[in-house]
Design a protein around this ligand. Structure first.
Ligand SMILES: NC(=O)c1ccc[n+]([C@@H]2O[C@H](COP(=O)([O-])OP(=O)(O)OC[C@H]3O[C@@H](n4cnc5c(N)ncnc54)[C@H](OP(=O)(O)O)[C@@H]3O)[C@@H](O)[C@H]2O)c1
Length: 235
């Protein structure tokens, strides 16, 4: 269980749709200070929010942020990118960029803040995706699957130090990342569910029905999980 009241929290990707909501709700729940980390920090109309420069793919930038915020008790690895190219025919640089941001980014940030988190018996939240559990043929789902596995390993490694590691999983959510007219979660609801889970000591938060279905579907044979494979299987 992690108290948000009085916590000092670093949020990566703080200028994004979910990031801004994390910052707002953390302060509402009593976080003493929130480091709003972004590649281009913006100003915030709240003295408890500290704009912080941080590119999660840049080791020096991560090191500098950790040195300047050694009072952090909770890290929210929220920054992420989505590119559309396929794994087979798409640009390999896009695949690498998604691995750098969505997998190595949270890993690098967690490693840099580990001393502070261990000292405070704090928490890490990794914002993954329903696509951690459902492949869509691109580098994004591969990167989020890798983040799922890393989240489970980090939880095991940090448990002995009393650090909570929470994986947050969500499907379509109404932020600049997700265009299109499909039904989407309200970012405020997703963030509220994640912060409720953090305070309750949860290992995972599954924010919506699509995500719960993706998780539950993991035990089915792979050809039953994907329409394209069902057709091929019948032939
Ligand atoms: N929206 C959805 O449907 C959905 C579904 C499942 C999971 N997610 C996950 O939720 C998280 C938040 O995404 P969002 O929906 O809020 O999208 P968003 O509005 O596009 O926000 C993503 C943020 O990540 C930041 N970012 C990207 N690369 C970065 C880097 N190298 N270093 C630091 N910050 C970086 C972006 O910063 P800039 O402003 O500098 O570009 C942006 O502010 C992501 O991890 C995403 O994968 C979203």
């Amino acid at each position: 269980m992690t108290d948000i009241d009085g916590a000092v929290v670093l949020v990566t990707g703080a200028n994004g749709g979910l990031g801004q909501e994390f910052v707002r709700q953390l302060r509402e729940r009593g976080a003493a200070r929130v480091y709003a980390a972004a590649r281009s920090p913006r100003t915030w109309d709240d003295g408890g929010v500290v704009p912080t420069r941080l590119d999660v793919t840049d080791a020096a930038s991560v090191r500098d942020a950790a040195a300047g915020a050694d009072d952090v008790t909770v890290v929210i690895n929220n920054a992420g990118v989505l590119r559309s190219g396929s794994l087979v025919d798409g640009d390999l640089d896009d695949v690498r960029a998604q691995m750098e941001t969505n997998f190595f980014g949270p890993l690098q940030v967690t490693r840099a803040f580990a001393p502070a988190l261990r000292r405070s018996h704090g928490a890490v939240v990794n914002v993954a995706s329903a696509l951690s559990w459902f492949a869509i043929g691109n580098g994004y789902s591969a990167s989020k699957a890798a983040l799922w596995s890393a989240t489970d390993s980090l939880r095991l490694e940090l448990a002995a130090d009393g650090v909570q590691v929470l994986g947050a999983y969500l499907a379509f959510t109404d932020t600049p990342m997700t265009a299109g007219d499909m039904p989407k979660n309200d970012p405020a609801d997703v963030v509220a569910a994640v912060l409720d889970g953090l305070e309750a000591g949860a290992h995972e938060v599954l924010a919506d029905e699509l995500t719960r279905a993706a998780r539950a579907g993991l035990s089915a044979p792979v050809h039953e999980r994907y329409d394209a494979l069902q057709e091929a299987h019948r032939r």
